[in-house]
Design a protein around this ligand. Structure first.
Ligand SMILES: *[C@@H]1O[C@H](CO)[C@@H](O)[C@H](O)[C@H]1NC(C)=O
Ligand SMILES: *[C@@H]1O[C@H](CO)[C@@H](O)[C@H](O)[C@H]1NC(C)=O
Ligand SMILES: *[C@@H]1O[C@H](CO)[C@@H](O)[C@H](O)[C@H]1NC(C)=O
Ligand SMILES: *[C@@H]1O[C@H](CO)[C@@H](O)[C@H](O)[C@H]1NC(C)=O
Ligand SMILES: *[C@@H]1O[C@H](CO)[C@@H](O)[C@H](O)[C@H]1NC(C)=O
Ligand SMILES: *[C@@H]1O[C@H](CO)[C@@H](O)[C@H](O)[C@H]1NC(C)=O
Ligand SMILES: *[C@@H]1O[C@H](CO)[C@@H](O)[C@H](O)[C@H]1NC(C)=O
Ligand SMILES: *[C@@H]1O[C@H](CO)[C@@H](O)[C@H](O)[C@H]1NC(C)=O
Length: 259
């Protein structure tokens, strides 16, 4: 994508985010959003949502939903391992008090809605082990409180949006086991002072292993195996004093080995 197109898209998302913030969202819009999420689930093997998420009842008691302590607004949506199948409704973007979004280990398919990028209170997004496809939304770059982002084991393609690497609160980025391609930005670690885990194995990433990685000084696990990274392993990697796990196998690395 050209730089101008990228800038335009970012502007477009910003306008969308601002418009959404201007519309009044309240607890009845939260109920509406949850019911939309339920309506997009095509198979609910254990009949959990079908029997429990019923309109007109207190949604703060629904299975997988926790509300904020101060107000009846959804703060946590945790649908971990519920054998759910379907798409993620874009109305999820109206749950404006959401801090934790966990849909790990289900069979959600289709694309990740851009609207998630307007949930600026989000601290944790865990969508690993589903069948999600399409690209990682560029709007995720607006999640400026995000600490944990994992979308491992899906069918994502495209490049990793560069602005994700500008979220300085991030501690974990996990995209292992997708079909992501392209190179990593040269300055990827200059704004990630808290990153302790970077998991990018089993994708189709290319380019050099960057010297800038040494700026991710809290890095504990660096997993880049099973891609098509090229070039030498940079000397500066030796600066990563917290590093405990380093996976670089099955790439096209060359040059002298570190010792
Ligand atoms: C919530 O917002 C909707 C639409 O914005 C509005 O129709 C409704 O009256 C509001 N409800 C409450 C309880 O404020
Ligand atoms: C949903 O399940 C929870 C936990 O089992 C229960 O407390 C709640 O009353 C149920 N709500 C409805 C509407 O069935
Ligand atoms: C997930 O669900 C499956 C069956 O649906 C069950 O066998 C497994 O133990 C569950 N895993 C966890 C961690 O709860
Ligand atoms: C909720 O989200 C949908 C889709 O993103 C949007 O069309 C709708 O206007 C939103 N509802 C409110 C009350 O803002
Ligand atoms: C994920 O779900 C599958 C199928 O329901 C189950 O066999 C498996 O144990 C689950 N994994 C975890 C980590 O819970
Ligand atoms: C982060 O943002 C700054 C300016 O806000 C920009 O110059 C830099 O290239 C960005 N870096 C990454 C990795 O996104
Ligand atoms: C690496 O590149 C080769 C072609 O040069 C391709 O055949 C292979 O599938 C690629 N591997 C990965 C993991 O992308
Ligand atoms: C990182 O390592 C290089 C060479 O190994 C060294 O010259 C440089 O001073 C180190 N930088 C920091 C911030 O420790």
């Amino acid at each position: 994508m050209g730089k101008q197109a990228t800038i335009f898209l970012i502007f477009f998302y910003l306008m969308k985010v601002l418009c959404l913030a201007a519309s009044p969202l309240n607890s009845s819009t939260d109920e509406h959003s949850l019911l939309a999420i339920k309506a997009h689930i095509t198979f609910d093997a254990n009949n959990i949502l079908a029997s429990n998420w019923s309109e007109g009842t207190d949604f703060c008691t629904w299975i997988g939903v926790s509300c904020s302590r101060r107000r009846p607004r959804v703060a946590v949506l945790n649908l971990f391992n519920m054998s759910l199948e379907g798409t993620i409704a874009k109305e999820i973007g109206n749950l404006s008090f959401l801090t934790y979004l966990v849909i790990r280990n289900n069979s959600f398919n289709g694309v990740i809605p851009d609207e998630i990028g307007s949930l600026r209170r989000l601290r944790s997004v865990r969508m690993s082990h589903n069948q999600l496809s399409g690209e990682i939304p560029l709007s995720f770059g607006f999640l400026t409180n995000l600490e944990y982002l994992s979308i491992e084991g899906n069918h994502l393609t495209g490049t990793i949006p560069w602005n994700i690497f500008n979220i300085s609160s991030l501690q974990k980025i996990a995209f292992t086991g997708n079909q992501l391609y392209g190179t990593l930005p040269n300055d990827m670690c200059y704004h990630l002072p808290k990153l302790d885990g970077l998991y990018l194995s089993f994708n189709q990433l290319t380019g050099d292993i960057l010297t800038s990685l040494s700026a991710c000084s809290q890095l504990n696990t660096l997993s880049l195996s099973d891609n098509n990274f090229t070039g030498a392993i940079p000397m500066q990697m030796g600066n990563l004093s917290q590093l405990q796990r380093l996976y670089l196998s099955s790439n096209k690395l060359s040059g002298e080995s570190l010792n």
